[in-house]
Design a protein around this ligand. Structure first.
Ligand code: NAP
Length: 239
């Protein structure tokens, strides 16, 4: 309640669910989107959250976004590094451009955003950073080597940063979602979806709310002694 929350990738999918959950709890939310202005506008009107546009593959735009958000809200208590991209490609077909873009959005952006937000949180001696990784960052996914590498990097960053920022009263945790029903998986064929459900002990895909509820919990006061953790919301897939 009453926290100042920055959520990246809030225009749809898991990020939009996070925007809804946090605003429902009375938090002040600013979210970042890149291209889907109409979707961002709708979420904004529905929830009262403020939307700003930034391309987080650019370090400059990450840094400027945090500055703008901090000015808008008067600080940042919670940062949810959710924005991400995926690409299905044979390892030998991944280009330098594909690799760099994957790393820029999924790993470097959380670095720049967390670094700038941490400066504000350290001076307050409190804060929460929640990184949205993936179960593929733990297990590795065939034909998603760059995605898996970026998400594994985010897990390493979470663990290291939790140790460095703990003494400043800041927790850093990571959520590793399984297969969640969002546009990111819209390309999957029905038979692929069925196979993924079958491989999931809970026999279904996850919903954006399944992940957003965990993010809300990690940002809440009752989770104040939890840091450096990689928590799966995957229906048991990676067990
Ligand atoms: P999604 O539906 O594809 O939405 C992606 C979000 O990220 C959108 O809001 C998009 O903005 C934003 N975004 C992408 N590139 C950006 C950039 N360069 N700058 C700023 N914003 C950018 O994805 P999702 O399924 O909700 O996934 C959210 C996170 O969960 C990602 O980090 C993803 O890797 C992770 N995850 C997802 C799954 C899954 O099965 N869906 C599983 C494990 C982990 P626009 O709408 O404006 O383009």
């Amino acid at each position: 309640m009453d926290k100042k929350v920055l959520i990246t990738g809030g225009s749809r999918g898991i990020g939009a669910a996070c925007v809804r959950k946090f605003t429902e709890c009375g938090d002040k939310v600013v979210f970042i989107y890149r291209s889907r202005e109409e979707d961002a506008k709708k979420i904004s009107e529905e929830t009262g959250a403020f939307a700003i546009r930034a391309d987080l593959s650019s370090p400059k735009e990450c840094i400027e976004a945090v500055k703008k958000v901090a000015e808008l809200m008067g600080g940042i208590d919670v940062l949810v590094n959710n924005a991400g991209i995926a690409q299905f490609s044979l390892f030998t077909d991944i280009t330098e451009e594909d690799w760099n873009r994957m790393l820029a959005v999924n790993l470097s952006a959380p670095f720049y955003l967390s670094r700038e937000a941490a400066k504000l949180m350290i001076s307050e001696k409190s804060g929460r950073i929640i990184n949205i990784s993936s179960m593929w960052g733990i297990t590795g996914a065939s034909c998603e080597v760059h995605y898996s590498a970026a998400k594994a990097g985010l897990i390493g960053m979470t663990k290291a940063l939790s140790k460095e920022l703990g003494p400043s009263g800041i927790t850093v945790n990571c959520i590793a979602p399984g297969v969640i029903e969002t546009e990111m998986n819209a390309h999957l064929k029905d038979e692929d979806i069925d196979a993924l459900k079958e491989a999931t002990p809970l026999c279904r895909l996850g919903t954006p709310d399944d992940v957003a509820s965990l993010a809300l919990y990690l940002a809440s006061d009752v989770a104040s002694f939890i840091t450096g953790q990689i928590i799966a919301a995957d229906g048991g897939f990676a067990v």
